[in-house]
Write a protein that binds this ligand. Sequence first.
Ligand SMILES: [Zn+2]
Length: 706
Amino acid sequence: MNTPKPLRSERFPIIGMGFGILAWLVYGVFELFGLAVLPRMREAAYEYRAYDWRMSAVFLLVYAVAGAAAGLLAGVFLPKIRKLRNLNTANLVRAAATVSVSGVLLLNLLILRRDSPFSPSILVVTLILVIAACVGSAGSGSFARGCRPFTAAWLPCGLYLGCQWLADWSANGSHGSRVTIYGLLLIGLLGAVAWFAGRFTGSGGFPKASLTAVTAAAVVCCAVTAVLQPAPFTAPEAVKASAAGRPSVIIISLDTIRADHLSVYGYGRNTTPNLQKFAAESTVFTRGVASSDMTLPTHASLFTGLYASQHGAHFSAEHRMGAPLDTRFVTLAERLHKSGFWTGGAVANGGYLSVAFGLHRGFEYWDQRMPAAAMAPVGQQYLRGRFRDVAARFIPTSELDRVSRRGAEMNDAAFAALEQRPHDGRPVFLFVNYMDAHVPYLPPAPYDSMFPGKDPAFTENRYITTYLDVIAHDRKIGDREHAHLVSQYDGGIAYLDSQLGLFFDRLKAAGLYDNSLIVVLSDHGEALGERNCMDHGGMSLYEEQIHVPLLIKFPRSHSGAVVSAAVGTVDILPTVLDAVGLPIPKNAAGQSLAKPVTEEREVMSESFPGGRAYFTNTARFDRTYRSVVSASLKYIAPSMGRPELYNLREDPTETRNLFNPEEAQSKHAAEQLLAWSRTVTQRIPGPSKVDRETMERLRSLGYVGQ
Ligand SMILES: [Zn+2]
C-alpha cells in the first residue's frame, strides 16, 4: 500500500470543514432515520406519523453549517499549537472535526441526565466509547480510518436510539421486546456499516466520496418522509336497512373546552361569536356535565350512553393509560350504520380517539391523521429539540410545534369525508373532533395575540416543566405563566369558533344544516392553575374539569331555548336515537333531550387515577373521584379523603365545602352517590398494555410524561 503524501498545511481548514460537515451530517441522517423512517419499518400496521421533509432539510443544512464551522476552527487553530507539531496534524484535524458532534451530543446527555431515560452507567459507557473512537481516529492505519468519522459520530446517535428502544421495551412487555431486539440488531448493523464506511473514507484530503454518500442518504431520508403519508381508515359498507327520510346527525366534539371560557356562556372575553349565532337557533344547556375529566371515558360515554364505570374505557390499575372500549358495547355509530346511515368521523385527537381505543367502531370512514411533525414532539435528546427551544425565542414556532390538526384542516377533512361518501341517499352521521384549545395551546396568528398575556418564550418544554413543578410541589402557578396559558387557551377557543362558523357555512352550502341534528359539546374542561392543577385527566371533578358546553340544534328548528337543568354526556346517545326515530336501548344511563327537559335529576361523573398526573407519583392524584350534580348541589366523594358538597348557584368556583356528615343534605347526597356506585361498578377485561404506536401518539399529544 502506498503511503499518502503529507498534506500541505493550507489544506487543513478545508479538510477540517469536510470532516466536520461529514460527521454532523451523519448525525443528521441518524436523527432523521430514527424519527421518521425507523418507526415506519418496525410496525407492520403502523399508521405513519409523517415528518415534514422541508423542515428536516433545513435541519440537515443547519447541521452541515455547524459541522463546517467546527471543522474550520479545528483546521485553522490546531496546526498553530506548537506542542502538537510532532503528531500527525492532518489526523488531528480530522479527529477534532469529527468529535465536535459527539462532544455536543455528550454535553446534551449530561444536561439531560437528571430527567432522561439514560442511566449514569449508559452515560459512562457512551463517554468511554466515544473517547476510544476519537483517540483511535487521531492515529493512523486502518483502525483510525474505521473510527472516523462515521463511528465517532455514530456511537452517541446509535446509543440514543438504543436507549430509547430499551426504555420502550421495559414499558411495553413481551410484544415490545421482539421489536426492540430487531431494533437493536438494526442499530448494530448500521454501526457495522458505519465502521466499514469509515475504513473507506481514506486518509486523504477533502472526503468527497463520503460526503456525496451521506448527502445522498440525507436526500433519500427526506424523500421517504415526503412520500409516506398516512391515509384515513375505511371499512366495508354492509347496510341493508333503509334510513330514507331520517334526519342527518352531526356531532361536533370540542376537545378540552370548559364552559366558563365561552362568551356564549357569559365569559367576559368575546371568544365565541359564531357559537352565539348558532345558539340563537339551538337549545343551550347551561349545566352540561361531562361524564369524566378526560377524552377516552367521555367519548365512550357519548357513543354508548353509559357512564365510565359501566363501559370501562377509562384509567384503571391494569390500564394506567386507559382501557379500550370493550367490543360488547354497541356504539352510536354501529347503531346508526346498521339502521342505514352513512357514518364518517374525522378526529384531531389521534391519541384517545385512535382505532386502538375502539371508538371508531361503526364508522365506515375514520380519519385520525395527525399533522406532519416539524419539530414537536421531538425529545430533547435529539439536537433538533434543543434547536427548537432556542429558535422559539426568535421566531414564531406554533406552526412547527403543533401536534394535532388545526380547525381549518379538520373542516377540510370533514368535508373531504362527506364528498367521498357514496351519494346514495343515505342520511349522514358525521362526527368531528377539534383540538385547538388543547395543550400545548398554539393558536395561529392573529389569535395568539388576540388576548393579552402571551409570553413568546413559553414553549411546550416550558409548559411541561411548569406542569411538573406545579403538580409535584402543589404550588400556585405564577401570574405571568397563568396569564400566558389563559391568553393562548382563549385564543385557541376563538380560533376554533371562527372555524366552526366556516363549518356551519359549508354545511349550509352542502344542504346539511337545516334538516340535521347538530350537537356541539366538549368532552371535558381544563385546569388553568385552579387548586394547583393544570391540564386534565386523572385529576378532579371540579367545575373547571366537568362543566362543559352543550348546544343542540334540532332538525328543522330555528328557535333558541335555554335549559338550566343538569344534563350529561350520557344523554347524547338517547337524544340522537330519539331524534332520528330509533329505539333507545333499555340500559342507557342517560335520557333523551329531544323532549322538553323540565325536571332536575342526578348527573354523575367520575375521575380515575392514571395518565400524566398519575405518573408524576403525586399522592394527591392517586385516588378515584365520583360526583353527583343535582339541581344546584354538587357532591364529590374521593376514594381517600374528605367528601365535599357545594352549592353551585351561590359558590360556582367551589370554595366553601358544605359537607357535614351529621346534616341531612350531606347524608342524602352521599347515599345517592353510593347507591348509584353500587349499580355501575364492574370489571372490564381487556388487553393489559397499550401498544407502542399508541403510546407514541399519546406521548406526542402530551398525555404521557415526556
Ligand atoms: Zn379530550
